[in-house]
Design a protein. Structure first.
Length: 257
């Protein structure tokens, strides 16, 4: 008989883990691209307006700024971080500020309006590889949660048809209500693990953002998986990822290697 090639060992033995905690944008759904475009449109317009008003010149906003200052963070933290990179200080304002207010919250709300419009008009489709992993984990009975800095997380999950897949969803809005620090602090992931009856050490974190990977490492989670959708393998590893993949299908027994 011809020799058979043994199947490769799966990258992760999911039966070892008590909980699997997913970031949303860029991990389960391609909405990270929507967020990137919304941030670029908002910050580019703001820098042009602010430069004209102040009579100064600022370096233009780039996609690298998204990864360096915005990606994975709560919305207003992202605004604050980017403005600091350009030496700009604005009043904090309040979450009720209108989108034309020249405040940290106003700029964040301006960006969110763009995202809301795109979701309403175009919808969102989950990554096939991510859905395949959700199918496998569901069949194994592994508890799952979503931990997202986005206040839009429940709407995105509903639009993608994923709302019934998770035992718990921790959105940016809920994190604020609970007084939890956002990523890169580990608090939101730790809270979700506890909600699923697990500990940090028995939970897996899946993240595409450097700040989210850093949160997983800061919380000493049992396994931190980076999903490279543009942040880069090296930065994700440097932030503390134990493993980096480009598609969640790689994490399925028999998946792409």
């Amino acid at each position: 008989m011809p020799a058979t090639t043994p199947s490769p060992e799966p990258l992760v033995d999911w039966t070892r883990w008590r909980a699997v905690l997913f970031d949303l944008d860029g991990v389960l759904t391609p909405t990270a691209v929507v967020h990137m475009h919304a941030w670029r449109a908002m910050f580019s317009a703001f820098l042009a307006e602010h430069a004209a008003a102040e009579g100064v010149t600022y370096p233009p906003y780039t996609d690298q700024d998204y990864f360096d200052y915005v990606d994975g963070k709560p919305r207003y933290d992202g605004v604050r971080s980017f403005l600091a990179s350009r030496g700009i200080t604005l009043p904090e304002g309040t979450p009720e500020d209108p989108p034309d207010a020249l405040t940290v919250c106003g700029l964040g709300n301006r960006k969110n309006d763009v995202v809301t419009e795109v979701l309403a008009t175009e919808g969102v489709t989950a990554y096939p590889g991510s859905v395949a992993l959700l199918d496998e984990l569901g069949a194994l009975g592994v508890p799952m949660a979503v931990v997202s800095s986005s206040r839009n997380a429940p709407d995105v999950l509903r639009a993608a048809g994923l709302a019934d897949r998770f035992a718990f969803v921790l959105s940016g809005a809920l994190a604020t209500d609970l007084g939890l620090a956002g990523k890169p602090a580990p608090d939101t992931y730790a809270h979700a693990a506890a909600e699923l009856g697990a500990t940090n050490a028995t939970s897996v974190v899946l993240e595409d953002a450097v700040s989210g990977v850093a949160a997983g490492r800061a919380g000493d989670f049992g396994l931190v998986i980076g999903v490279d959708r543009g942040a880069g393998e090296a930065p994700l590893q440097a932030a503390g990822a134990d493993l980096v993949v480009t598609d969640l299908a790689e994490l399925i027994d028999g998946g792409a290697r």
